[in-house]
Each structure stands twice: as C-alpha cells, then as structure tokens.
Design a protein. Structure first.
Length: 113
C-alpha cells in the first residue's frame, strides 16, 4: 500500500523531519511505500508545498495522520482531499490508543489460565 504522511510542519521546524521520518520508517518496515513531504527542500512558498503535497497524496492509497494534525491547516486540507478522493485514513493517535486498549495486563497469562 502507498501512504502519504500528513502532520504539522509550520511552527515545528526543529523536529518535524524526525517525526515524519520515524513514521515513514515504521510504514516501510511493514512493507509499504511512503511518500513523505518532510523530505522536500526548504525555501519553497507554502502554496508550492501544498500543490506538491496534493500531487503526492493523489498517488497514494492512504493518508497517515501524525499527532497534532488537527492543529495544522495544511494537514487538515490534506485530510479533506483524502476523504474526497476516498483514500484510507489512518490516525496515528487512534492506532496507538487502540493498541493501548487491547494490550493484555502484565503477568504470565498462561500460568493464570
């Protein structure tokens, strides 16, 4: 599956590449192809980044939303485009909450059975 990563970039200049890169690594290790807008060069105008991001998203099957996406106007626009194009939506925070909710309690479950 091909994933586009969306999340906050503007205002997060010191760490967004690391966060996007970590998400890309997880998805790639699971066998997916990743289009990561955080690898784009510095120096473009916001509108150019959005045009490139939309083109990357169009080539993907799904969008992967990083924490903080709700506070990012660009990521929200990308989500709306993904919904309009019937892409699969994966929210990192929802996935992590689900994983937390289904994690069995500590201890030896076989010994308790």
């Amino acid at each position: 599956m091909k994933f586009y990563i969306a999340g906050p970039i503007t205002g997060h200049e010191t760490d967004y590449r690391e966060k996007f890169g970590a998400a890309a690594k997880i998805l790639e290790c699971a066998g997916h192809t990743v289009l990561n807008p955080a690898v784009l060069p510095d120096g473009l105008e916001y509108a150019a980044y959005m045009r490139i991001g939309f083109a990357m998203l169009k080539a993907c099957d799904a969008i992967y939303l990083l924490p903080g996406w709700k506070d990012s106007p660009g990521a929200v626009r990308e989500l709306h485009r993904a919904v309009a194009d019937h892409k699969m939506i994966l929210d990192h925070e929802a996935i992590m909450q689900f994983a937390w909710d289904i994690t069995p309690p500590a201890g030896n479950l076989e010994a308790e059975a």
